[in-house]
Design a protein around this ligand. Structure first.
Ligand SMILES: NC(=O)c1ccc[n+]([C@@H]2O[C@H](COP(=O)([O-])OP(=O)(O)OC[C@H]3O[C@@H](n4cnc5c(N)ncnc54)[C@H](O)[C@@H]3O)[C@@H](O)[C@H]2O)c1
Length: 272
């Protein structure tokens, strides 16, 4: 199996719709041992969701806005497993006033909060856990592609994701000599709680499939499955020389300049 013997920390499981939940499901099916993280109020929801996995993973405390939690997480994993092979960073948040067309008016406090949770947390997590990856390892973060474009309504979350892509490259530089790979997986839209928090994101969910040559359905098991399986590939030993990379799992949307032209409709228009 792809992940036999791998000890993986998976953050970001909230509901069974969470992308991280599907990753955990596949990782367990592929032979990995898995620990999850959650925090504060969402903890009980994560624990309920974890019960849908088999075997049921333990859920450790990690609020990425609490510096002390990173050291405690390191110590707990060291005590439990002694080492670690891989980490999924699947964490993002931006206050309402930093999203939904409020780019120009978002206050610094909200931008700062979004950046700490969605971007800086990857650096914090990687630095805290890298010492446990003494035989090398793989760190994967989930991204929504902001490498070259601005999106409607995504606003400061887009800036945070662009920053996240840069953090990936700098971590790849610093952790490469320790044989730790760091990559971002840029997923197409998936209907999750985080996606619901972005006003207007439904528009992208509903229209993405029209431009993606492989098709895309934000609510289908197929699209989320593709994201989860590619994440597992990145966490495995089968991409050993890939780091600092942005891997797109979006049905091919990014490579098309526009959605396809309906030639039959064009011909009918010409005749009319
Ligand atoms: N849903 C999409 O369309 C989509 C597309 C591309 C990338 N992503 C990214 O995937 C990742 C996972 O999101 P999701 O869509 O599965 O939604 P989700 O709501 O299931 O997951 C978001 C997670 O972030 C966690 N989180 C928020 N604040 C935190 C904090 N202070 N400390 C620790 N954890 C915190 C939440 O508890 C939750 O588990 C995010 O980075 C998101 O930006 C999502």
């Amino acid at each position: 199996m792809l992940l036999t013997g791998k000890k993986l920390l998976i953050t970001g499981v909230l509901t069974p719709q969470s992308i991280a939940f599907s990753v955990a499901e596949h990782a367990l099916a592929q032979g990995a041992e898995v620990l999850l993280t959650s925090f504060g109020r969402p903890m009980s929801l994560t624990q309920r969701t974890a019960k849908k996995l088999s075997p049921v993973p333990e859920v450790l405390e990690l609020d990425v806005t609490n510096t002390a939690h990173f050291a405690a997480l390191h110590d707990t994993i060291k005590q439990k497993w002694g080492r670690l092979d891989g980490v999924l960073h699947a964490i993002a948040f931006a206050p309402e006033d930093a999203l939904g067309g409020r780019f120009a008016t978002a206050p610094w406090e909200s931008v700062q909060n979004a950046f700490r949770v969605s971007t800086f947390s990857l650096k914090e997590l990687a630095v805290a856990l890298a010492p446990l990856m003494d035989k090398g390892g793989s760190i994967v973060t989930l991204d929504f592609d902001n490498s070259t474009q601005a999106w409607p309504l995504y606003d400061w979350m887009g800036v945070c994701k662009a920053g996240l892509e840069a953090v990936v490259r700098y971590l790849a530089r610093d952790l490469g000599p320790k044989k730790i790979r760091v990559n971002a997986l840029a997923a197409g839209p998936i209907a999750t709680i985080a996606a619901k928090g972005i006003p207007g994101f439904k528009f992208l969910e509903n229209t993405w499939g029209e431009q993606a040559p492989l098709g895309w359905d934000a609510r289908s098991d197929g699209s989320i499955d593709a994201v989860a399986r590619t994440t597992c590939a990145l966490l495995s030993d089968w991409m050993p020389s890939t780091t600092g990379e942005l891997i797109r799992v979006d049905g091919g949307f990014h490579a098309m300049g526009a959605k396809p032209v309906d030639l039959a409709a064009l011909a009918a228009e010409k005749q009319a």
